[in-house]
Design a protein around this ligand. Sequence first.
Ligand code: DC
Length: 226
Amino acid sequence: MDKDKTYAIAIDGPSGAGKSSLARTAAREIGFVYVDTGAIYRTVGWAALCRGAEDAAAVAALLPETRISMDYGADGAQRMYLNGEDVSEKIRLPEVSMAASRVSALPEVRSFLLDMQRSLAEQSRVIMDGRDIGTVVLPRADVKIFLTASVEDRARRRYQELCQRGTAKDFDQLLREIEQRDYNDTHRAAAPLRPAEDAVVLDTTGNTFQQSLRQILDIIRERIAL
Ligand code: DC
C-alpha cells in the first residue's frame, strides 16, 4: 500500500443490507476509519423532528443554524453531535429513520452535507457507507461496493437489531417501512440510490455476517494491495 495515498472505499446500498456493521468491521480489519454517513443524515432528520420542520422550506431554513460534528468514542464508535449535543442514541429511534429518509431527498440538505463528507475522506483512509458515496460524494473512490439483500432478509436483520436495543417493533410494519424507504431512496431526484457504474454489486441474501465480510475484504484486497 502506498503510505502517502489517501485511499477511499465506498459502500452503498439500501437500508438494512448490513452496510454499517460490515463496513465498520472491515475498516477495523484493514486499519481504515469508518464513516457512517446515514448517521449524518439522521442528525439532520433529528434536528427537523425537534424543530417540527415539516416541509422542504422549513428544513432548508433550519440548515444555517445546524452545526453537525462527529468524533469517535474510546470504543471506536462514531458519535454524532447536533449543535454540541451528543445525539448518537436519539438518532437511532425508529421515527428518525423516516425523518432522515425525508430530509435526505432535499437537494439543499445533500449539498449542505457534501463538503463535510468529502473532507472526512481527505483527512484519512476511509470506508464510507451511504447511498450516493460511489456516485456523488467520492466518485473517484478506489473501491466501490454496492451491498444489497432481499427485503425480507433486511427486515429480519433490522428486527433483530431493534430487539437487541430493546426497541422491538412489529415485523410486518418494519418490512413495509423498509419498502417505503427503498422507494423514497431510489425515486428521489437528488442523488437517488443506485450502483455506480464501476461498483461491484454484492448480494448478501442468505449469507452469514462472516461470509459477507470475507467477500468484502476479498474485493478490497483485489483492488488495493494492503
Ligand atoms: O443508512 P441509514 O438507514 O442510517 O440512513 C438514514 C437515511 O439517510 C436513509 O433513508 C437514506 C439517507 N441517506 C442518504 O440519502 N445518503 C447517504 N449517503 C446516507 C443516508
